[in-house]
Design a protein around this ligand. Structure first.
Ligand code: AMP
Ligand code: MG
Length: 348
């Protein structure tokens, strides 16, 4: 199919609104539209049409047992599609619109293809003005996973989307770079009033705990799934976010990483903190690339997936990066990076 590319600005001029209307018509007619959100780009279809949702799985090459998140314009819009609770509205009050997805019991208005047969549906209300306008104009919830081919790093700009999705979707809305750069936090409210954290994101466990809610991390957040372990979020099973170039993480300080890498004499890209750039520049075989300051991990989060894609286009035989501290936003980075690196961690 031919894919229409349209630049769109958050300012929502007359032309932007026309593009939104065209995209909304594509969605209502069962087509696929890629749109920007504050987390990563989403590959959207009408969540109430089974055939439309099936097209998402086909376009991504996504396994049929990995469910989709539905995107709504306002927290209360979920009532038609899922069963809410006071805890849902406490979360909505604090974090919606924004990068938080909540897993709720599903109603039969949502086809099983969207939930991959689970009795629950994941719901998010994005804050990006283009995403919000598209959902409103479509008048239906939009099912949307990240707009990458299954397994590769999530797209954080329209060029990434074009690399993966040209010819596979009806329309791509180019709204510039994603501000957050990592997918949403996913939580599941439990009957006892606690939350299970299924996937960490920009809404951190510390942010959730600050509401006075007890948060437990699902096992697969910080390690590979163990044999026989039940998977609470099917996406955690799969190889994910991975560049084609072999990717390794080091666990230890940068001086030790330097002596390890110096001896290997590989033509490697080294994703490092700004503070360590000069250190890695002393080794000619290495190409250090700054991920921003270690004191402000937001820069690392917004650049991680773009850097992995860039490194794949460079002449490198390997990519190395430090294992981030597993708390705050660092936990989301940690979770994506151990998967992107297929759990290859060098303990120094
Ligand atoms: P993506 O849209 O690519 O960020 O992937 C969506 C993630 O949401 C996947 O990891 C899914 O496993 C997870 N997910 C979607 N629906 C559910 C659900 N009902 N229960 C648990 N996890 C879900
Ligand atoms: Mg994804």
């Amino acid at each position: 199919m031919t894919t229409e590319f349209t630049r769109i600005s958050a300012a929502m001029s007359g032309e932007d609104l026309e593009s939104i209307e065209r995209a909304a018509t594509v969605i209502r007619n069962g087509g696929l539209v890629v749109f920007p959100t504050e987390t990563v780009y989403g590959l959207g279809a009408d969540a109430t049409q089974r055939a439309a949702a099936e097209r998402i799985y086909a376009a991504k090459g996504r396994p049929a047992d990995n469910p989709l998140i539905i995107h709504i314009a306002a927290p209360e819009d979920v009532e038609r599609y899922a069963v809410t609770s006071p805890l849902y509205y406490r979360l909505a009050e604090a974090f919606m619109p924004g990068p938080l997805t909540v897993v709720l019991p599903v109603r039969d208005t949502i086809p099983r293809t969207v939930t991959a047969g689970l009795p629950t549906v994941a719901v998010r209300c994005p804050s990006h003005p283009v995403a919000a306008a598209l959902i409103r104009a479509a008048g239906v919830p939009i099912a949307a996973p990240s707009a990458n081919l299954s397994g590769s790093p999530s797209p954080t700009n329209a060029a990434h989307v074009r690399d993966d999705m040209d010819g596979r979707v009806d329309m791509i809305l180019d709204g510039g770079s994603s501000v957050i750069g990592l997918e949403s936090t996913i939580v599941k409210p439990e009957e006892d009033g606690t939350l299970t954290l299924l996937r960490p994101g920009a809404v951190t466990p510390e942010d959730l705990a600050a509401l006075g809610i007890e948060v437990r991390l699902a096992g697969a957040v910080m390690h590979a799934l163990r044999p026989g372990e039940t998977v609470l979020s099917p996406g955690m099973k799969y190889k994910h976010y991975a560049p084609r170039t072999p990717f390794y993480l080091w666990d230890g300080d940068s001086a030790k990483a330097l002596s390890y890498l110096k001896d290997r004499e590989e033509k490697a890209a080294v994703l490092c903190y700004e503070e360590d750039l000069a250190l890695f520049l002393t080794v000619p075989s290495l190409t250090p690339i700054s991920v921003g300051s270690r004191e402000a991990l937001g820069g690392f989060a917004s650049r991680l997936f773009a850097l992995l894609r860039e490194c794949d286009k460079g002449p490198y035989t390997a990519i190395y990066a430090p294992l981030p501290p597993p708390h705050g936003l660092g936990l989301a980075l940690y979770n994506r990076m151990i998967r992107a690196a297929a759990h290859q961690i060098i303990t120094l």
